[in-house]
Design a protein around this ligand. Structure first.
Ligand code: BGC
Length: 793
């Protein structure tokens, strides 16, 4: 035994001595550092140019449900419905995916100890394939949380953080490193096809919601990608539209939410958008991605493109867009060539690689986290239900139509009562195990649901679905099923049931904006159905309540007088029916408030004049002529009365605002302002306290007031009150002065306005600012290529 051991040792030493004789072996070993937190620069220095160019380009696109590309397609690219995908990287198919259905991966460089990261959509839940080839037992469903617009309507950042914690747990437990969310573009126009993925028309709400969810998700040790940076407010011509916006509207509206969330929550990554901004693709704008994002805001992570976004890989790397997704070998080749020819400074490339490696070091994959593939979906469904109920908005409740006592008999009308829409389509869709319909939700809550009507609907819907043409690609929505003709049933229903619930449903998503006909406006069939149901029930002295299962704003003014109650349930995630029943029954007192305005008519929307751009047949550019006058900033300033104002929402109780107290009449660094909110009704509830500010307009045209703070009260019992406080800082007083390239608080009189909605101010106080304050000087950036004639008051 001892003899054998000695022989082995001798042989090993001999082998090592021999290896050291091989030219380059010792040096190779030395020059191949293994990535760790202390040697990022050394690792980059050890990379070949080709390796660096691979590191900044994703592993390629794997079409969901499509076979690997043919040889020809690998060379020339693939045409999908008029959109030419660049040649795919063979690695996308050759290297097995860790998480099937994830949107993309980065390259691994094994010799340097760099693993491949997996990134996956999307904003309302982790979007991965629920079943895997060769695995007939296990499923990989994820929780569909409520869409972002609903979350924003909760005005509750701790609730949204909680959603983030549950959401991020699924990201981690399914083996994903970076979630491609949240999305926080501004609701510029109600027809924006992806508005449901976005929070609000207001940047403060958007930024704070995004920060809250980023914090929650990232608390799990996984990353996020806030998107789509920036001014991606429509889907029409999304890959080619030139968005022309003034520097001021950009700074005050479109960039602001991103600025707030970057500074507050440091997302691991930012996703640049598809559109051109003032003449250049956002992914190719160094002033956006380097000067502003990193220089001014202190962003520390890396920037990735949206999928196939932008054109010029070299310009993208130079701009500071570190990772090109999903990645094509053409891009790596172009980068290598550009460095060789001197067109791209290798320093730019090195910086991008370094930024990616810093995030790789943080990732669960690098840390060899042993994910379970078994997150607690039951617990997360509870979080989803709770969040959904807390973000629904009660728009109308005449004569206390709601809450509805348990045990009542209910006639449930409308296709989407039975085929409820949990969330929007495209990359914002989630593969969930189930969705609770309104019918099931009502049943679970103890209502007597009319079975005859229910049977007719379920049969009708199943039939219509069977006849649908096959979907061409994953983000093409099937045409909505026309409402079932209920004319012959209404009288009997009105006779036999206590109340009618009618759901109006809408869906939208990636790749297309919404339409006015039969979408923003109700269809003739829907209106006729509503009218005849309300006539029949009212004739019997019974009530009609509408549930809006929608992802974006619709017209309500022409039909709302026909009904007694309207509950805006948005697209509430997989527990939809249960969450709606929680509100209908009064188990949860509605405390959602609108984070986006409902106009009386589309004609009121200032952006509507040029949405989605010109020429109408195929828009190539869109000019944001409304400037800052988006949403309530427009309605309030120009005294236009919307159907339901920004901030609006009813409760089953009432609140009183009193005792406003401002710490000083003169602004001197900061001010505090307090107000008392009291529950004066008979059930417990929560109010959203909104703080708006009116600023002097001597030097600049300014909206009549802007939201500067919001607080959701605790659960106030009847008779209980809470003092809510806000701090006002100089930055809250400042507007962006383009000529001076600075944020300036103008001297003069400011008025603080506090209330439960933007048009219902209950308490106000004024203070004075003695002299102008320049709160921040910024760089000249993002200058429009042409003068914009902006709306002024
Ligand atoms: C969407 C992104 C998404 C990406 C990856 C793009 O089409 O615009 O929001 O993250 O695809 O699926």
């Amino acid at each position: 035994m001892r003899k054998n051991y000695t022989v082995c040792t001798v042989l090993s030493v001999f082998a090592l001595v021999c290896l050291l004789q091989i030219p380059g072996f010792a040096q190779n070993k030395k020059s191949a550092p293994q990535l760790n937190t202390k040697n990022v620069k050394q690792v980059v220095a050890a990379m070949t140019l080709e390796e660096k160019a691979k590191m900044v380009v994703g592993m390629g696109f794997r079409m969901p449900g499509m076979p690997p590309p043919s040889k020809k397609q690998k060379k020339e690219g693939v045409d999908i419905g008029g959109f030419k995908l660049p040649p795919s990287d063979p690695d996308a198919y050759n290297i097995p995916e860790r998480v099937p259905g994830a949107a993309g991966r980065t390259h691994a460089i094994a010799r340097l100890g760099i693993p491949s990261l997996t990134v996956s959509d999307g904003p309302a839940g982790l979007r991965i394939q629920p079943k895997r080839d060769g695995d007939s037992v296990k499923t990989y469903y994820a929780t569909a949380f409520p869409v972002a617009t609903l979350l924003a309507s909760s005005w509750d950042t701790s609730l949204v953080r909680k959603v983030g914690v549950a959401f991020g747990n699924e990201v981690r437990e399914y083996g994903v490193d970076i979630l491609l969310a949240p999305a926080l573009n501004i609701h510029r126009d109600p027809l924006g096809g992806r508005n449901f993925e976005y929070y609000s028309e207001d940047p403060l709400v958007s930024g704070r919601m995004a920060a809250a969810i980023v914090e929650g998700i990232q608390s799990n040790g996984v990353g996020t990608s806030i998107k789509h940076f920036v001014a991606n407010n429509q889907e029409t011509s999304r890959n080619s539209i030139n968005t022309i916006v003034s520097e001021r509207a950009l700074r005050e509206l479109y960039l602001k939410g991103f600025e707030i969330s970057v500074k507050a929550a440091q997302p691991w990554t930012v996703m640049s958008s598809y559109n051109l901004l003032n003449g250049t693709y956002t992914s190719e704008r160094r002033d956006l991605l380097t000067t502003i994002l990193r220089g001014e805001w202190g962003f520390k992570g890396f920037v990735m493109t949206d999928w196939f976004g932008g054109k010029d890989a070299v310009a993208q790397i130079h701009a500071g867009n570190d990772l090109l997704m999903p990645g094509s070998p053409n891009q790596s080749e172009a980068i290598v060539e550009a460095v060789k020819s001197g067109k791209l400074n290798v320093k730019d490339l090195d910086e991008s690689v370094e930024r990616i490696l810093h995030i790789v070091l943080e990732s669960p994959t690098f840390k060899k986290y042993k994910y379970s593939d078994a997150p607690d979906l039951k617990e997360h469904a509870e979080v989803s239900r709770m969040a959904a109920a807390n973000g629904m908005v009660l728009l109308k409740n005449d004569d206390s139509a709601l809450p509805l006592k348990s045990g009542k008999s209910v006639a449930v009308f409308g296709n989407t009562s039975y085929d409820i829409i949990a969330g929007g389509s495209g990359s914002g869709d989630v593969n969930k195990a189930y969705t609770i319909s309104l019918l099931q939700g009502l049943d679970n809550a103890g209502y007597k649901v009319d079975a005859n009507l229910a049977n007719s609907y379920t049969g009708y819907i199943a039939d219509a679905k069977a006849k649908r043409p096959k979907q061409r690609n994953f983000f093409m929505l099937p045409p909505p099923i026309p409402e079932m003709d209920v004319t012959g049933m209404i009288t009997t229903e009105a006779e036999n049931t206590d109340v009618a619930l009618v759901t109006i449903g809408r869906n939208a998503g990636e790749g297309a904006d919404r339409k006015l006909e039969n979408d923003f406006y109700l269809s003739d069939t829907e209106k006729a159905m509503l009218k005849s149901i309300s006539d029949a029930y009212h004739a019997k002295g019974k009530k009609v309540v509408v549930v809006l299962n929608i992802g974006g704003v619709i017209e309500t003014a022409s039909w709302r007088d026909w009904v007694d109650g309207i509950l805006l349930a948005w697209q509430p995630g997989l527990e939809a029916g249960n969450a709606i029943a929680d509100i209908l029954s009064g188990k949860v007192n509605p405390s959602g408030r609108l984070a986006t305005t409902f106009p009386v008519d589309y004609g009121q929307i200032p952006a509507g004049k040029n949405f989605p751009g010109t020429p109408a047949a195929k828009p190539t550019q869109v000019v944001y002529e409304e400037g800052m006058y988006v949403g309530y900033r427009y309605f309030n300033t120009f005294n236009v009365k919307p159907a339901y104002a920004f901030g609006y929402g009813l409760s089953y109780t009432n609140f009183d605002f009193s005792d406003i107290k401002l710490s000083d009449k003169n602004f001197n660094g900061t001010l505090t302002i307090n107000v008392r909110v009291k529950n004066t009704g008979s059930v417990a509830g929560r109010e959203v306290v909104q703080m708006y500010l009116s600023a002097p307009t001597k030097t600049l045209d300014k909206p009549s007031e802007e939201l500067k703070g919001f607080v959701k009260t605790v659960m106030l019992q009847p008779g209980q009150s809470q003092v809510v406080g806000f701090v006002i800082r100089a930055t809250d007083l400042a507007s962006f002065n383009t000529d001076k390239q600075a944020w300036i608080a103008d001297a003069g009189k400011y008025t603080v306005k506090i209330g439960p909605s933007s048009e219902d101010i209950k308490q106000s106080e004024s203070f004075n600012l003695a002299a102008d304050i320049i709160t921040e000087k910024v760089n000249k950036a993002l200058v429009p290529q042409q003068p914009i004639t902006e709306l002024k008051k």
